[in-house]
Design a protein around this ligand. Sequence first.
Ligand code: FES
Ligand SMILES: [Fe+2]
Length: 445
Amino acid sequence: MSYQDLRFDQQDAAARTGLAQRIVGGEVVVYRQALQAFDLYDLWREATLRGITKSVGKAAADRCLTDGFHRIHEWVSPTKIPELTDAVYAEIDPLASEFLERFMSGAFPDVDNFYYEKKPNVRFHIPYDLAQSFKKEFDEFAKDHGQGKIAAHGPHRDSWLDCPSNGLNLWFAMGRIRPGNGLTIYPEDYEGEYKFQPSGDIADGQKLHKAISFDLHPGDVVMFHTDHVHGSELNRTNETRFAISCRLSIDKPHFPNLHYHHYVNANWHKSAALRPLAELPAMFQPSFVNSLATRARFKLLGEGKPVPAPTAPEIIGTKVGDVIEVALADLPVGEVHGVSAALCVARLSEHEVVALTRRCPHAGGDLANGWVDGDAVVCPWHNLPYSARSGKSACESLPALKRVFCEIRGEKVIIDPKSIIAMDDGSDVAGAYAAAASDGDVQAG
Ligand code: FES
Ligand SMILES: [Fe+2]
């Protein structure tokens, strides 16, 4: 499953009949230039520029207009990004109703009513290597605002974050967005069973299939069901991505976990008489009452969301003396598997295998749950490719993975955890591995 790439044609409303239901049924749709088609791009761009002016000055806003939001990190210090994001939120929030009413009537002409989350999400992700020096400030921001606003968010379904399971997620590109700094969706995992952590992120040990990412121009929108597994890429580019996203549902929102977010009934909001009551219809359902009771219990008893039993990291193969042997048949081309607590093995092609350290230096993602892309092994949590040959990613602030001897012999793959391979770029990765191994950091199988 991939995605449908559509160009808005305002004449062709018939083609959009039933589109919302198809998206809630799992189709991923990229509508090109959707915001321009409904005269909405300027509404949000002007609001954003007001927020930038108020937080970091008019000169910075003017430069965004001339050079693009994707270069904002060139003239706004990373330390200012949290404050700037808050200022843009303050300008965007009051426009959410008008924006969504106009967008929905244009994009989904057959939808009579819908329910929307009052607050859109403002997302500025500057290049990771720049943000890395301000990790503490950015983490603080995430505590107040949730993940994914100014730093990468791991794979999740929105319902794991107490959002509806029958919603539409509308993810609007406000600046240029490239594969390498955008949104990821895992289409093949759409209906898979997954454990998740109390934080709402996928649990460790859950294997994912290849993610898709998007090449977007300002005004394009990615539309997908809130229960697709999705997340963000660690920004490995030298551009900032700026997106604003909204969640809504066509039918009354269904909350399978906690009913925490407030959803506005769009038709009630349009009526002056009903507007003050527009949040009530979404609350008239058992999930709201259950949620109040659960949250009261959590508070009284000091409980939190239950923690799922951890899934043991996958380990295949057998230790034979100093080496690990894996049946070649257990390692199809394109797959990655764990062979010890510290190592994974990847089959790059019919005749090429590599063994690498398996924990991603960014946030500990398990590469054994990722996949092969060309000659790279991809971390499944934030879609970061590591060269299987050099062990490096495009994020220079992250250490390289370490690589050990691994080859195909007949019907077996042989891995020697103690035999370090010098990387083909001449880096001192082998030395780093040896140091880690002697510290007990890298364990044999
Ligand atoms: S890229 Fe984030 S954990 Fe690997
Ligand atoms: Fe999400």
